[in-house]
Write a new protein. Structure first.
Length: 301
């Protein structure tokens, strides 16, 4: 089954909600980064968050979530665009982090303390940027905290990645529930109690719950209804050789001169692990471009 996202409203339109099944996308990320279970779970949860938070994006817009922390995983990035294309990266994918129990990974130990940065590129002007200090390192609470602190939107968020015995992603998904202006404390109470007692996302996905059924389960008996079409989601990187060439340009001429002697230079995209080969001629072209730019900037000086 393909990954997708559904949207719904409840409590007479005072609550909006999104549910996501991202199993294939997170598994694809795991394969590309060859990541160990805890790194995969951390990255997967952040990718679920990017998908859910990206559910309101339109033309050419994208959202990027970045965790920078003192934990062993160090940096985690997840990005989603309006087409439901998601990519992600974790700096130390191969680390083995001891689990809490036989069945429970210790994502907080991998993430540690630090900051969550949210960038929304709305396709015009300066991107919107917000940030919040991590409060749990388990990611779901941190995302909810971001909305409360940075956007003043009361939010409940759940995300889970289930890793099977053989170490590969079995299920990944989550849901985001937000209160709109006018929602009362009573509604918050009802939702909090319901979600507190609810089965985990991965337990729901393991029992065959679709995103539609997850929303109905969380928001049942509250005039819940689905709105809009479902959005297909998939792992898709936006890199290409030209883009990686531009990255090489940023290295500067002295660095590039050391590469000219090599028959080929291989550059790997950090998001998808795709490798691009640059021939000596390619590198010469890039070097010429850099020298030209350096000359112009020297003239300006
Ligand atoms: Zn890539």
């Amino acid at each position: 089954m393909k990954d997708y996202l559904v949207r719904g409203i409840a409590f007479q339109g005072l609550v909006r909600a999104v549910a996501v099944d991202l199993t294939n996308t997170v598994y694809e990320a795991q394969k590309r980064h060859d990541s160990m279970p805890t790194a995969t779970a951390a990255l997967g949860r952040l990718m679920v968050a990017a998908a859910a938070m990206g559910s309101t994006l339109k033309d050419k817009q994208k959202i990027t979530l970045l965790i920078r922390s003192n934990g062993p995983l160090e940096t985690i990035i997840a990005e989603c665009n309006c087409q439901g294309e998601i990519r992600g990266y974790v700096k130390n994918p191969h680390l083995i982090i001891p689990p809490l129990t036989d069945t429970k990974l210790n994502v907080a130990a991998g993430v540690g303390q630090g900051m969550l940065y949210v960038t929304k590129d709305l396709g015009f002007g300066e991107p919107y940027r917000g940030s919040v200090e991590l409060i749990s390192g388990e990611i779901a609470l941190d995302i909810a905290q971001y909305y409360v602190v940075s956007e003043q939107i009361p939010t409940l968020f759940a995300a889970g990645v289930l890793i099977g015995n053989e170490g590969r992603v079995k299920h990944a998904g989550g849901y985001l529930v937000q209160l709109l202006p006018g929602a009362t404390d009573e509604i918050i109470d009802i939702l909090e109690k319901k979600i507190e007692k609810a089965l985990s996302v991965t337990a729901l996905l393991s029992s065959g719950y679709t995103p539609e059924k997850i929303l109905a389960y969380i928001l049942g008996n509250s005039n819940f209804q689905l709105i809009g079409d479902k959005t297909q989601l998939r792992f898709q990187c936006t890199c290409n050789k030209q883009y990686l060439g531009q990255v090489l340009q940023t290295l500067g001429s002295s660095e590039l001169k050391t590469l000219v002697d090599q028959e080929t230079t291989e550059v790997c995209c950090q998001f998808c692990n795709e490798t691009y080969s640059f021939s000596q001629d390619d590198i010469m072209e890039i070097l010429k471009e850099i020298l030209k730019n350096e000359e112009t900037s020297n003239e300006k000086d």
